[in-house]
Design a protein around this ligand. Structure first.
Ligand code: PAF
Length: 310
């Protein structure tokens, strides 16, 4: 995890490490009349994160990126202690994409009174898909995102489509708690061989890295089977699962076809349905999804309530 005492200076970036510095910077931005787009991350930035920054620039005057490895969203035995960090590299990459403000607090600044007693409950949508094997994950994500929204009060917040369930839950939280933020979802960015970009790809050994693109390739094959007329979800799912398991080198945690907004399982897939999955390659867990009949560049989530109102 990043060392809060680490001192990083990059020309042109306000690197804010505590809430006082954050509030001072926000007051200055508000005085200037700037609108603010938030891009929350856990750092170790890659092109997927940076594409969210690009999108954020199109929606507000100033982009504030946060880097915080949130302990609440990791379960016991998960990779909290090993989660990759590179604060200096992150600041440089973000700067090169026009980010002027980065909030990268230590845990004691984010949760000054210790782990929050009150957590945001994602409800039944958080108990499906990834929520089955990671019951603490989405309450942890929603709690930190709600806290970031409260501290920063952004006009817009941008999240990636790779974490599809997370994006849907954040949208739902904003709607249900009447939070005044326009939640946008950015496209899913892939390596040249189709592997979805993820900070966790760094855990893969060279051999595992060779195996990993099969995950996306099989989801893509099911997406083309769908276009070819295969609409029964159980056939799409079993095709992906069987081919992945036959190929070896990875263990399938789940593959499902779900409704894009409710995340409920669908018996018959239709355009825009989400074919989502999680696999384990060695000790690395990867998630990915394709939207049936929709290109990867198209996030395909309906506009949030706030942009509907605008
Ligand atoms: O997607 C992530 O990187 C994290 O879940 C988030 C939204 C920054 C919350 O910690």
């Amino acid at each position: 995890m990043s060392d809060p005492s680490e001192s990083v200076r990059v020309e042109g970036v306000h690197l804010l490490r505590d809430r006082v510095a954050l509030q001072e910077a926000l007051a200055e931005l508000r005085e200037r009349g700037d609108s603010l787009a938030l891009v929350p991350t856990m750092g170790y930035l890659h092109e997927g994160h940076l594409s969210l920054v690009d999108q954020a620039h199109g929606s507000a005057d100033t982009v504030l990126l946060t880097i915080f490895v949130n302990p609440l969203q990791f379960g016991e035995g998960e990779d909290l202690e090993h989660y990759p960090t590179d604060l200096e590299g992150d600041v440089r990459k973000a700067r090169a994409r026009g980010v002027t403000h980065i909030f990268a607090p230590p845990v004691s600044e984010m949760y000054p009174d210790g782990p929050p007693v009150i957590r945001v409950d994602p409800g039944p949508m958080g108990k499906r898909l990834c929520g089955i094997s990671r019951p603490h994950h989405f309450p942890g994500v929603l709690t930190v995102v709600a806290r970031l929204f409260a501290l920063i009060r952004p006009d817009v917040a941008v999240f990636g489509r790779k974490d599809y369930q997370q994006a849907v839950l954040i949208r739902q939280m904003v709607r249900d708690l009447a939070l005044d933020v326009d939640v946008q979802v950015g496209p899913l960015v892939r390596e040249h061989d189709g592997l979805a970009l993820s900070s966790r790809n760094v855990y893969l050994s060279p051999i595992q890295r060779e195996v990993a693109p099969r995950f996306q390739a099989e989801l893509a094959r099911a997406a083309s089977d769908f276009l070819g007329g295969m609409t029964e979800a159980r056939h799409l799912v079993s095709g992906v699962r069987d081919r992945l398991e036959r190929g070896g080198g990875m263990r399938v945690e789940y593959i499902e076809v779900v409704h894009p907004e409710t995340l409920l399982p669908m018996e018959t897939a239709r355009v825009g349905a989400v074919l989502a999955g999680a696999v384990h390659i060695g000790s690395t867990r990867l998630i990915d999804n394709v939207l049936l009949g929709v290109r990867d560049e198209d996030p395909r989530l309906p506009p949030s309530d706030r942009s509907r109102r605008a």
